[in-house]
Design a protein around this ligand. Structure first.
Ligand SMILES: [Zn+2]
Length: 352
């Protein structure tokens, strides 16, 4: 096991950030290489906890000499965001200085230009350097896992069309409850990785067998517990064994039995007006079209002071907002619908 630190000089005199990177060298050059990072949105810690326990397994595998493919792990990918607080609350999703989402604006380059990512870094801000260092490491691997979480949430993943259904093994190994099939058109980390591979030869290659770049949503922000993290680490280990990165007897993983739906099927349930939110349904429940999801108290105490929010179609409730006050247009739920949504979606990610 090799532990190193990438130093990112801050944008003001006297400040610098340290990004720890843990590497295991594989003994088989033909085995796939894997890159795993967690908490790019700095406060999303289920992945960091998972990697803490996965590293126990990997140290053991290294001692036993069973690591076949190179493994690179970044247990906390965003020291810059982790240090941001506003009135006592961690602000890990957006850079406070530029309002940029830490998981957007990754450079879209082809694989051949990988080394340009880390050339002349001095001209760039600390955040752009961080993004380029992360993408550079990821593009040295065949399998890339970016571990995030949602607000209140089931475990699900965004997996590009180029990797499906081959990536069913990951969904089964981690016991995901749903998969959202994305069309790969954004500047999120996972899609910047896929972009570099897809356009490696100039022309777009639609399918990328043997490769994987995925955003895993490891449930909700508060789902950080030892039992869950250990179970997820064991699941991820099964996936690494199945893909030949660690030599061990591999179980045959059954096909993924949960719903795998295109992003166009996702219903983003939003508050039409501001109000206190009374949820009637919870994550993990299947709802029918027209069922009552939530009541918004828009004018407390008034006869007509509430609005009912109903399911636009049948589907599985994936996520729910943890806040109980919604601003106008605030997100309340994501539902994996069984049919395409009637709402027009901007290409790319579901959220800003
Ligand atoms: Zn995230």
């Amino acid at each position: 096991m090799d532990i190193s630190e990438i130093i990112l000089d801050g944008d003001t005199p006297g400040s610098a950030w340290k990004l720890p990177v843990i590497r295991f060298a594989g003994k088989d050059p033909a085995a796939p290489k894997v890159y795993i990072q967690a908490a790019l949105h700095a406060g999303e810690l289920p992945g960091t906890a998972l990697l803490h326990f996965l590293l126990h397994h990997l140290r053991k595998a290294a001692a036993d000499g069973t690591i076949a493919g190179d493994i690179t792990i970044v247990p906390h990918a965003n020291p810059i965001g982790l240090a941001q607080a506003h009135f006592g609350e961690l602000q890990g999703r957006f850079d406070l200085g530029t309002r940029t989402n830490f998981n957007r604006d990754f450079p879209l380059i082809t694989l051949a230009d990988r080394d340009t990512l880390v050339a002349d870094l001095e001209r760039l801000t600390a955040i752009d350097r961080l993004k380029r260092q992360l993408l550079h490491m990821a593009l040295g691997a065949d399998l890339v896992l970016d571990l995030h979480c949602d607000d209140e949430s089931l475990q699900y993943a965004y997996i590009g069309d180029s990797f499906w259904p081959e990536a069913q093994d990951l969904a089964t190994a981690l016991d995901m409850q749903a998969v959202l099939l994305s069309d790969g058109e954004s500047s999120a980390f996972e899609e910047a990785v896929a972009y570099a591979w897809k356009y490696a030869d100039g022309e777009k290659t639609p399918m990328l067998p043997g490769k994987l770049s995925v955003t895993v949503e490891l449930r909700g922000l508060r789902d950080v517990y030892p039992e869950i993290a250990e179970r997820d680490a064991a699941g991820l280990l099964r996936f690494l064994i199945g893909r030949g990165i660690i030599d061990a007897p591999s179980e045959t993983l059954p096909a993924f039995s949960g719903p795998a739906v295109p992003l166009d099927n996702v219903e983003m349930i939003r508050a039409p007006q501001a109000g206190a939110v009374l949820f009637h349904r919870n994550i993990g429940e299947t709802v029918e079209a027209g069922e009552l999801l939530a009541t918004l108290i828009t004018r407390p105490g008034m006869e007509d002071g509430t609005i009912e929010i109903r399911a636009p179609q049948s589907g599985l409730i994936l996520t729910r907002a943890s806040a109980r006050f919604a601003r106008r247009r605030g997100d309340l739920m994501k539902i994996a619908g069984f049919a395409p949504t009637a709402v027009t979606r901007k290409p790319g990610t579901l959220e800003d």
